[in-house]
Design a protein around this ligand. Structure first.
Ligand code: FES
Length: 81
């Protein structure tokens, strides 16, 4: 299995309308933070999540969160560039 790619060391904060979303877990999507199918052959699967009412979310971009797709602050503990 390939390692997820760190997209950024901060969450992407965005307003979402109600609906179903697929969060990119591999960090290779051209439509990040959403899956575009680029994970094919990586052994990494996107995470589906539901938004039931319009809300502001903080989506993980470092791919180290323990609560995908949401930021849990794990980016603060990452080392290296
Ligand atoms: S493109 Fe990254 S999980 Fe699908």
């Amino acid at each position: 299995m390939s390692e997820p790619r760190i997209v950024a060391r901060e969450p992407m904060v965005m307003d979402l309308e109600p609906g179903s979303y697929w969060w990119c877990a591999c960090g290779r999507s051209a439509k990040h933070p959403f899956c575009d199918g680029s994970h094919k052959d990586l052994g990494i699967q996107p995470v589906r999540f539901e938004v039931t009412g319009k809300r502001t979310v903080a989506l993980c971009q470092c791919k180290a969160t323990g609560k995908p797709p949401f930021c849990d602050g794990s980016h603060a503990a990452l080392h290296g560039s």
